[in-house]
Write a new protein. Structure first.
Length: 357
């Protein structure tokens, strides 16, 4: 009897197609991969599938993201045969996704249920019901601006695309990690007293993908085209607006800061113990990653360094030098458990020690 053939999910098929191009050199290290919408359109899949494909590549160390810029081919390539690695066997300092177990499913489900019961099918349309204030109004209150300056989005890239359409040179501030601060100091948007900055906020890391917004200066209000949203996105925005208004998000964000604050402090403590002799590193007190700058590793050697670390079942992301900044290792604690941090950093230090002997 022939064995059953298991078809890989679409996102894995798409990821494998990209992996083939990476392995054959068609997509060399530091190549910018296509935007999500372009990739989805080229392969006949939805945006969610494309996002999942990129996240898979990031999680196996084959790609890395630059906020507001896109996804790039990583220099840290696993050895042949490691594509289907078992995540349980690796300490992953390259993952960018926060743990799903911390998602406030019960609290958010109550908001979803309330919107459905009150608005029904209208919740999936452009018709605004008076039962709940639209997400735009809730965000306007949070930011202390007029509602016409708020533009709900699905992601940061959508906002950047809209801005390109008007050709403005106004400074842009992107915020994906602003809710992750660990010193009690809120990182407030730098919109300036006159609001002469375009501020784009994403909730992808702190809550859910598909939720973002943009605050535009007064002189641009009404000039930036409103993006088209799918019925599912409209419904998600309405449920999230209620979650924001009723304080559910603030409670969730506070809990995430407790969880990831512990990981941050564990990572910094381990870095001080193990890395000081071999590298310098920043202590940002916010976000989900730190930068580690090897003291005696050149641009051309950082790839081999990551391979040595990978062979010890630890994944880190190498970032090439740019804008005058020397190459560094991006060490993320988004997807690594607290109890694995010290051991993982010890392995990174051991690989660095080998390189400077």
């Amino acid at each position: 009897m022939t064995g059953m053939i298991t078809m890989k999910p679409k996102y894995r098929q798409l990821a494998d197609a990209l992996l083939l191009k990476i392995e054959t050199g068609e997509l060399p290290p530091d190549t910018r991969l296509p935007p999500i919408r372009t990739l989805a359109k080229e392969h006949g899949v939805n945006n969610t599938t494309a996002v999942s494909a990129y996240k898979y590549l990031e999680n196996i160390g084959r790609a890395y993201s630059r906020m507001g810029s896109g996804t790039y081919v990583s220099k840290s390539l696993p050895q042949a045969g490691e594509t289907d690695y078992d995540p349980k066997d690796y300490i992953n300092f390259a993952g960018s996704e926060t743990d799903a177990e911390h998602f406030p499913a019960e609290a958010f489900a109550q908001c979803v249920d309330k919107v459905l019961k009150t608005q029904g099918k209208i919740a999936f349309t452009n018709i605004i019901s008076a039962d709940f204030p639209p997400l735009r109004d809730v965000l306007a209150d949070i930011n202390g601006v007029a509602p016409e300056r708020i533009i709900p989005l699905t992601d940061i890239q959508q906002g950047l695309d809209l801005i390109k359409g008007i050709g403005t040179k106004t400074r842009i501030e992107e915020d994906m990690y602003g809710d992750f601060y660990y010193d009690g100091v809120v990182r407030r948007p730098l919109r300036g007293a006159d609001g002469n900055v375009i501020y784009i906020k994403s909730y992808a890391k702190i809550f859910l993908p598909g939720l973002a917004y943009m605050v535009v200066p007064k002189d641009l209000a009404g000039k930036v085209a409103e993006p088209l949203h799918s019925p599912a996105a409209l419904f998600l925005q309405r449920a999230f607006g209620l979650f924001l208004r009723d304080g559910g998000f603030d409670e969730h964000a506070a809990n995430m800061r407790i969880v990831y604050g512990k990981r941050y402090r564990k990572l910094i403590a381990a870095a001080r113990v193990y890395l000081t002799d071999y590298a310098s590193f920043d202590e940002p007190k916010c976000g989900l990653a730190i930068k580690v700058y090897p003291k005696k590793v050149s641009e051309g050697e950082i790839d081999e360094l990551c391979r040595r670390i990978l062979r010890r079942k630890v994944i880190v992301s190498p970032i090439s030098s740019r804008r005058g900044e020397r190459p560094y290792l991006k060490v993320s604690f988004a997807s690594v458990q607290e109890e694995d941090i010290a051991g993982g950093i010890g392995i990174v230090a051991a690989a660095l020690a080998e390189g400077v002997r």
